[in-house]
Design a protein around this ligand. Structure first.
Ligand SMILES: Cc1cc2nc3c(=O)[nH]c(=O)nc-3n(C[C@H](O)[C@H](O)[C@H](O)COP(=O)(O)OP(=O)(O)OC[C@H]3O[C@@H](n4cnc5c(N)ncnc54)[C@H](O)[C@@H]3O)c2cc1C
Length: 476
């Protein structure tokens, strides 16, 4: 019997455990696994609450449909009929500009304008930026050189206003990070490739769209997918499929040591020996548990920065619902001087999450520039959010309920040079047979990428044990 330890019971660790469980149940390979989770519950940042008939997501609320791994996992878990799409006909996002909500023009793909008229007439950009956008069309292809920040890259194409009004707020929403810190190659690899091939991102985007239109017409898949009972449904289904005796909650691993051709894992007052090990925690925690095994590896992992996030969900009555703008929500550029980074009108994005006589507004704070919000008392955070909603939306009504969730060091920040760091980490890991890394610190922060990383890590350790084909845990 070969024994495998998994450290971390978020979606990455659970996906790894599920892949091993499937192998174990098939009886094809003699394996057993133990999953160590520091907290009393499994699922990491994936938490769904029910409050007064409303479904409240504490962490992720959905995932990108175009990345298939989370949907595939849901299907394997028997949740195919529970998958739901975002309400895309209602999709409309606003940007706060000088205190007013301005709708993002039609045809903007991430931040690349692909339709001329809506961009020309949009009040979102100044005349100077519009001229920059037009001249971007003539950018010549640029040979890939050194990595750079997203801000440098976007500014080169569209100027500083695009960084402030779109790139930065969009990245705050996804990574809790700043365009001036994040690596364009790690965060927007498609854009780097487009620049190398086409020069202009606008032309590249249109060429890609034409190609897609020429190929078989894609079904109108929704942008985001979620589950009827919330993201926790995926966690519950995963846990129900795992061997209960393999799950050790409230078991923080302090250290691991490579010895006797395997791994000794120390959690609490106990230590246990395994043949292989999957570390599926944030990279900072991975650095801490691996420091006695390989200082260099721990140092590289420790260099992957994380930011914190606070989500605040407010429930309102039907009068507020009627008064709120249509659309999915709004983004707040830093230059607006607010603490809030973004807000989602949940009742529009996923209508069944609120009864028809309720509105749900979910607000995001924190991120790389406002770590101190984490130290604030919940009442103070609520005061900030309500004051800002009053200024931005004129929303002064007393909420029917409010929930505040704090996520410390949960959002990985892929800084400039991240891809080179991953290569060094991969090289160091190869010297430690039977070790695989998974989680949001490496090649994708979203739920689908975390599922992929966990599944690949399981494949990698089985291969290292001579039980299955090899695959790299860090491959995209
Ligand atoms: C507020 C928020 C909103 C988000 N929204 C979206 C979204 O809408 N769509 C999307 O795709 N993604 C979203 N994300 C990102 C995505 O949810 C996460 O990247 C992903 O869930 C991380 O999963 P994970 O298992 O890698 O890490 P985590 O969920 O952080 O789990 C890691 C686990 O490891 C455990 N652990 C740590 N150290 C140890 C130790 N020493 N011993 C044992 N256990 C340990 C922790 O307790 C934790 O349970 C969001 C993230 C946040 C925080």
């Amino acid at each position: 019997m070969r024994r495998i330890a998994i450290i971390g019971g978020g979606i990455s660790g659970l996906a790894a455990a599920f892949a091993l469980e499937e192998t174990r149940r098939s009886g094809s390979l003699p394996i057993e696994y133990v999953l160590f989770e520091a907290s009393p519950r499994l699922g990491g940042v994936m938490v769904t609450d029910r409050v007064e008939g409303c479904l409240v997501e504490a962490g992720p609320d959905s995932f990108l449909t175009e990345k298939p791994w989370a949907i595939d996992l849901c299907k394997k878990l028997g949740l195919a009929d529970q998958l739901i799409g975002s309400n895309d006909p209602e999709r409309k996002t606003y940007i706060l500009v000088k205190g007013k909500l301005v709708v993002m023009p039609d045809g903007l793909m991430f931040m690349v304008p692909t339709k001329i008229l809506p961009t020309v007439f949009s009040p979102l950009f100044s005349l100077r930026s519009k001229i920059r956008m037009a001249s971007e069309w003539f950018h010549p292809p640029r040979a890939a050189s050194a990595d750079e920040t997203v801000a440098e890259f976007v500014e080169r194409h569209y100027g500083p206003e695009m960084v402030d009004r779109l790139a930065d707020p969009l990245l705050s929403g996804v990574y809790g990070g700043e365009a001036s810190q994040l690596s364009v190659r790690a965060v927007l690899p498609r854009f780097s490739d487009m620049e190398a091939k086409h020069g202009s991102l606008g032309r590249a985007m249109l060429a890609a769209r034409k190609k897609m239109a020429g190929a078989t017409k894609r079904s109108a898949a929704p942008l985001f997918t979620s589950l009827k009972e919330g993201m926790q449904q995926m966690v519950d289904a995963l846990v129900a499929r795992l061997d209960p005796s393999a799950l050790r909650v409230s078991s923080a691993v302090q250290s691991v040591i490579a010895q006797e051709g395997g791994w000794t894992v120390a959690a609490g007052y106990q230590s246990d020996h395994f043949d292989a090990l999957i570390v599926a925690t944030p990279a900072t925690a991975a650095a801490s548990v691996l420091r006695m095994t390989d200082e260099k590896l721990a140092a590289e992992l420790g260099e992957i920065r994380y930011s914190s996030s606070v989500t605040v969900t407010l429930g309102y009555d039907e009068n507020v619902r009627r008064s709120l703008p249509p659309g999915f929500g709004f983004l707040v550029p830093r230059s607006e001087g607010r603490r809030m980074l973004a807000a989602t009108f949940v009742h529009n994005k996923f209508p069944h999450r609120a009864p028809e006589n309720r509105a749900i507004v979910r607000c995001f704070l924190g991120g790389a520039r406002d770590e101190q919000i984490l130290e604030s008392h919940e009442d103070d955070i609520l005061r900030i959010v309500r004051a800002e909603l009053k200024l931005i939306l004129g929303l002064a009504a007393e909420p029917l309920f409010a929930r505040v969730y704090k996520w410390k060091g949960a959002m990985a920040q892929y800084g400039v040079g991240h891809l080179e760091r991953l290569q060094r980490i991969d090289t160091l890991c190869q010297k430690l047979p039977g070790l695989a890394l998974a989680g949001n610190g490496y090649s994708g922060i979203g739920v689908p990428d975390c599922v992929r990383s966990g599944t690949e890590a399981a494949g990698k350790v089985l291969a290292a044990l001579g039980l299955e084909q090899n695959s790299s845990p860090l491959q995209a």
